[in-house]
Design a protein around this ligand. Structure first.
Ligand SMILES: [Zn+2]
Length: 125
């Protein structure tokens, strides 16, 4: 676009110095407008290409995201839960309580957060 600025500067000095007829200046201006129109056209085309490219990346990301979420839901998530927590049923209120495995392994009993009943773990420390 630098050449357009140079052309405009040239016309500007022609006008200031009155070194060109108004007809010449008008023709030069028309030339610049035509150049600008073709520049805009080129930009528009490359913009469209870029837009298509971004859309295809976006689609790929969506597919990857869906695959990833599917995988996490299927396996990893459940495994993480199984690994870290013990599932215990309260004798008193019959509520299912999830106790951290570390707590379970280091204590003999656990107070039910639901009813306050003390649940004894079926293991020795
Ligand atoms: Zn309970």
């Amino acid at each position: 676009m630098q050449y357009l600025i140079e052309k405009i500067n040239k016309i500007e000095s022609h006008i200031k110095e009155s070194s060109a007829s108004s007809e010449e200046i008008t023709l030069e201006l028309i030339g610049i407008i035509k150049d600008m129109a073709s520049e805009i056209d080129t930009l528009k085309k490359s913009n469209e290409e870029l837009e298509n490219y971004i859309n295809s990346i976006d689609e790929d990301l969506g597919t990857m995201e869906a695959l990833f979420l599917e995988e996490v839901e299927d396996t990893d998530y459940e495994e993480i839960c199984d690994d870290d927590f013990m599932e215990i049923n309260c004798d008193s209120c019959k509520e299912t309580i999830y106790v951290d495995k570390e707590i379970y392994n280091n204590r003999k009993e656990f107070k039910c957060p639901n009813c306050g009943n003390v649940i004894e773990f079926a293991h020795e420390i």
